[in-house]
Design a binder for this molecule. Structure first.
Ligand code: SF4
Length: 372
């Protein structure tokens, strides 16, 4: 297939998750919803179900307002709204990690608002590095396994987890390669780049890996287009079509990112060694770093953003701040400081999933482009 045909396929999948979910259910598979960030998908995959990413949607909020105050991030609000409206009917369970205050409260609301889809908590430790942190993570995974066995009728097998880990490590590698390849292909729009990342949440990872490999091969045979102004993006989510199209209109090209729904997902592989495969997976969480929701007193991620932007030749960093996301808000001043020290311009735009008018963001991005 040609690159454009593959990009069209990614777009189709990214914009129609409902069809993807129906496709898996019709083929007899069970679907388990995975809320952001770092839900242990490998376990769900190893138990024979399809892990299906749920990061909310750009919709109007009505029902979820009965459960949440207005000052909670719109990713959680829209996730609950979709659940209440029956969008995920047919799913066997939802696994929600505990990595921020909003995530900690959504589970209890979900239990009452969407009783047809059982809620399974994944409680992570704050101190994930010491041995007791790893043991805590492993115990959290065991709880997820027990709940999946009980509520979804799935069965766990450690050898199967080993195979799933290989599938996920291979997917991580291909997604990291993709970022480097796309950096050399300015003719691929930021919107198309976003589709490739977003579609990964709605596909079995082995299927997504194959499609991304095909895309990389197809791009390799095609000439790259005229150069654009290179930037780096940072944030939790940066997939709103209204926003991404502004970057394309302004002649900006995302050459690397520090976005939780994009490259942060794929930065850390499960290590090769471990007593059991579940132990290996617990160590993977220990080794994760450079994310606003992962505790780090030294905030090394901020210097890393500046270093990554420099290495990729990005002329500036665009921080896409999800409204009411405390972990990201706390890090922003430090990101700005680290980039200032390296002489890299930074700008921030605030977004939420209910935005319909991006004109203020357009003005900020156009001004940013003009100073790069
Ligand atoms: S990390 Fe931020 S955007 Fe993600 S769920 Fe928590 S508050 Fe919302």
């Amino acid at each position: 297939m040609k690159a454009q045909e593959l990009l069209n396929r990614f777009h189709e999948i990214a914009t129609c998750p409902k069809a993807q979910m129906a496709h898996y259910l019709d083929s007899g598979k069970k679907v388990v919803l995975t809320a952001p960030v770092y839900t242990p998908e490998e376990i769900i995959h190893a138990m024979g179900a399809v892990p299906f990413g749920v990061w909310g949607a750009d919709i109007e909020l009505n029902e979820s307002k009965r459960y949440f105050p207005a000052f909670i991030c719109s990713i959680m609000q829209s996730l609950l709204e979709l659940g209440i409206k029956g969008t995920y009917e047919g799913a066997s369970a939802i696994v929600i990690p505990s990595l921020c205050d909003s995530l900690k409260v959504i589970g209890q609301n979900w239990k009452y608002a969407v009783p047809s889809i059982p809620f399974i908590p994944m409680t992570y430790p704050q101190n994930r590095k010491p041995d007791y942190g790893v043991a805590f993570t492993k115990a959290g995974y065991e709880r997820v396994i027990a709940d999946l066995e009980k509520t979804a009728g799935l069965k766990f097998d450690d050898a199967a987890l080993g195979k799933s880990i290989e599938v996920y490590n291979a997917h991580n590698a291909v997604m990291r390669e993709l970022v480097c390849v796309l950096a050399n292909h300015p003719e691929v729009s930021n919107a198309a780049r976003s589709d490739v990342f977003k579609s990964a949440f709605f596909m079995l990872k082995e299927e997504h890996t194959e499609l991304v490999r095909e895309l990389i091969a197809a791009l390799g045979e095609e000439e790259s287009g005229p150069a654009k102004t290179k930037i780096m993006t940072s944030g939790i989510l940066a997939d709103a079509p209204g926003l991404v199209s502004i970057l394309d209109d302004c002649g900006l090209q995302i050459v690397c990112d520090d976005v939780a729904a994009e490259s942060r997902q794929y930065a850390t592989d499960t290590p090769a060694e471990g007593e059991t495969n579940l132990d290996r997976l617990a160590v993977k969480f220990k080794e994760m770093d450079n994310c606003s929701v992962l505790y780090d007193a030294d905030k090394k991620r901020c210097a890393k953003i500046a270093a990554d932007a420099k290495a990729a030749g990005a002329k500036g960093v665009l921080v896409v701040l999800t409204k009411f996301c405390d972990p990201e808000e706390f890090d922003y001043p430090l990101i700005k400081k680290a980039c200032d020290a390296e002489g890299i311009p930074v700008t921030v735009i605030e977004v939420d999933r209910q935005m319909v008018n991006y004109e203020q963001a357009r003005t900020a991005i156009e001004t940013f482009r003009d100073i790069l």
